[in-house]
Design a protein around this ligand. Structure first.
Ligand SMILES: NC(=O)c1ccc[n+]([C@@H]2O[C@H](COP(=O)([O-])OP(=O)(O)OC[C@H]3O[C@@H](n4cnc5c(N)ncnc54)[C@H](OP(=O)(O)O)[C@@H]3O)[C@@H](O)[C@H]2O)c1
Length: 328
């Protein structure tokens, strides 16, 4: 061994050591970031499932699995071209399994129209997956209803949608509302005095963190409503893992360049959309009585580590504010 070391130039030994260490670090990062695979499967025949933002990424993979297991899936998407394409792909897997109904979560009139169309066509709704989202919107801008874009789409749009679909959910014997949040909520805070960044510094990521806190608070308040009314309903939230999707599209300037630079590494470390759909699928497939009501899931498990803002009191505050805003 000693002879071998003497034969190799000193520099080369250093390079080899660096390469081995880097290899270990990469494998470690991949192991940490890799999602746990859902291994709970049930037959979804007869189940009617709405998935928002199902034309791409995690939403599309979720829809694909539901179709494969017999569900009728409604793609609730804003972009007609990509949604029709996804619909065609899913109907190719199983004939008449999928329907597209247009939904723009940044516009309450579109949400009302979506709910009206759905109600006319379907007598019940078993699972609502509030999956659509935007992240890192570069400049503060408002939705048609005057909400800051990120919280408008990620939270308020889904709040209204869920309310408008409640009657159909109640018609299912055991219904679920699954809210796709993010571990990013841990980095943020929620400012009830200024949800829309009117009088404080705006950054796209701060808005994203806040919206993901709102998703979890909504889950808790919704579960309370179900329990208070003795409804057979479960509301859960989840983190899908770090997944390479279009969600990163708004990143700009140096962050975008950095991301491009490290993209080969990023592809290796992070999950693809199929892996990203696993926790949502766990919440869809798991036995109704085994799901923890109002809980936050990650890696197909109930996770207790939550932002300090996640309290029943804050859930009540946001719930009441939202009811008032929409006049519900
Ligand atoms: N990717 C990650 O690492 C990660 C991590 C944690 C949490 N999440 C969460 O996972 C969910 C799914 O995101 P993804 O990663 O799969 O990204 P994605 O591929 O960009 O999916 C987001 C979906 O939301 C839709 N959407 C955006 N604005 C909308 C609006 N106004 N009305 C209706 N639909 C709208 C998008 O539609 P268009 O195609 O028309 O834009 C797209 O279908 C999001 O809630 C995200 O916050 C993702």
């Amino acid at each position: 061994m000693e002879i071998l070391f003497k034969l190799i130039p000193n520099n080369l030994i250093h390079y080899i050591a660096y390469a081995i260490t880097l290899g270990f670090v990469l494998i470690l990062l991949r192991t940490i970031s890799k999602n746990v695979k859902n291994n709970v499967i049930r037959d979804l025949t007869g189940q009617i499932i709405i998935i928002t933002g199902a034309n791409s990424g995690i939403g599309f993979e979720t829809a694909k699995n539901c179709v494969q297991h017999g569900a009728k899936v409604i793609l609730a998407c804003r972009d007609e071209i990509t949604a029709q394409k996804s619909c065609l792909q899913l109907n190719f897997i199983k004939k008449n399994s999928t329907e597209f109904i247009k939904l723009d979560l940044s516009d309450s009139s579109s949400i009302h129209l979506f709910a009206n169309i759905f109600e006319k066509k379907y007598s019940k709704l078993d699972i609502l997956v509030n999956n659509a989202g935007v992240m890192a919107v570069p400049n503060r801008c408002l939705t048609k209803d005057g909400f800051e874009q990120t919280i408008g789409v990620n939270y308020f749009g889904h709040f209204l949608l869920t309310h408008l679909l409640l009657d159909r959910l109640k018609s299912s014997s055991q219904f679920r509302v699954i809210n796709v949040s993010s571990v990013a909520h841990l980095a943020g805070t929620i400012d009830f005095q200024d949800l829309h960044f009117t009088n404080r510094f705006y950054h796209g990521m701060l808005a994203y963190f806040q919206s993901k806190i709102a998703n979890i608070l909504f889950t808790i308040a919704l579960q309370k409503k179900f329990d208070d009314q003795n409804l057979h309903g479960i509301s859960v939230s989840l983190h899908p893992g770090i997944v390479q999707t279009n969600l990163f599209r708004y990143l700009n300037g140096p962050t975008k360049f950095l991301l491009w630079l490290i993209s080969p590494l990023f592809n290796f470390i992070y999950n693809n959309s199929f892996e990203g759909a696993q926790t949502t699928l766990y919440c869809i497939h798991q036995n109704y009585f085994k799901l923890q009501k109002g809980a936050y899931y990650s890696d197909c498990q109930n996770q207790k580590r939550l932002n300090r803002c996640i309290t029943p009191e804050n859930a009540d505050i946001l719930w009441n504010m939202s009811l008032k805003i929409f006049g519900l």
